[in-house]
Design a protein around this ligand. Sequence first.
Ligand code: PLP
Length: 460
Amino acid sequence: MLKNDQLAEWDRENFFHPSTHLAQFARGDLGNRIISGGDGLYIEDRDGTRLMDAFAGLYCVNIGYGRQEVAEAIAKQAKELAYYHSYVGHGTEASITLAKMIIDRAPANMSKVYFGLSGSDANETNIKLVWYYNNVLDRPKKKKIISRWRGYHGSGLMTGSLTGLELFHNKFDLPLSQVVHTDAPYYFRRADTGQSEADFVKQCADSLEALIAREGADSIAAFIGEPVLGTGGIVPPPAGYWKAIQAVLKKHDILLIADEVVTGFGRLGSMFGSDHYDIEPDIITIAKGLTSAYAPLSGSIVSNKVWKVLEEGTDKLGPIGHGWTYSAHPIGAAAGVANLKLIDDLKLVDNARDTGTYFNQGLKAALDDISIVGDVRGEGILAAIEFVKDRDTREFFDPALKVGPQVAAALLERSKVIGRAMPQGDILGFAPPLCMTRAEADMIIEAARDAIQSVASKLG
Ligand code: PLP
């Protein structure tokens, strides 16, 4: 076995890590951690340190680490048939079974699943399908996509453009011109602190209307949104938001893409976020929880309405010119089948609702008296704590103080618990695996209180 020092050296010399301060890493100012194992909520590194992962990797290891059922399904598939493509009507037992399992669980009116590898490529697929759809319907001008500021939809050219976070645009020449952004449904950060939630929802819908009027409804093809804003701050929508937004979209014949990469398969305590909030999407993006990240796999679930037009298109134009070598990869599909079975057998969606509610209530109660805690919010097993300099005026900290990252670092150092400092704002996020117990929830709550208090006392 290679020595840790050797691996650390090769790591700095050869490995281009994503979402990393490259210069700090190369200089050694930023540490590396080599992960070697995992079990339940815990991961272990090569130094033997055991950490409680309260963010499930990148909110994706929903069934928890070390599930042998999924590992065995992957091994069995790899031995029988590691690969065959899915072009021109080919498939495997795993990919066909998984497509059926997804449609059986999906919201009403969904027809077919197109498989990809990542959330980003699934959203790229979705935009191509929307463009194709409007071309088949002979509406060649109807192509722009509306996304929300603070939305996260991936890191590709189109998906990085849909993402409404500065870090993902800066110096990459994004967003592309086909993307326009509208307001984030972020009630805590509304400009007018005296505004009611209902008035804020109306403002979001009015501002969407105004954007559509400015651009012209005949130029807008689709709206994309996460049921709960994820990477942009873990922000559940204000009451009535989705109803108000959908009314505007319907009026202007604009398709709705629900990006359920985080919320799909139980995270909110419902199988899909769309069911949770009465969203009726035309296309749904899935990834992460589809395989609990045991193998890379994503999907675009296409509604009956869209599917009908796609079929019509191929009758006119021939086979659809869109495919990845690894679409419906048998190993990913086998992982997906085993993962969805486990979610059912262990009743993880129910646990996400019950233990998630317990966790969110516990966090609120435990953090209420700490002066820098401005907001504690969440839904299912998804939670965020937002830090403020002044609770009454809701003045935020100077971003240079990096209060969010300081709290995440204190959490790790003092309690060996992993939370995530969200990239825009001083926000600590939690998204533990859906199998979390109440005892584990209590440990995270206790660790969060301790970490926040230690940073608060340093800030004075
Ligand atoms: N959509 C959402 C809502 C996400 O949270 C993510 C990733 O975090 C993506 C899309 C992109 O997925 P991937 O990183 O697999 O490309």
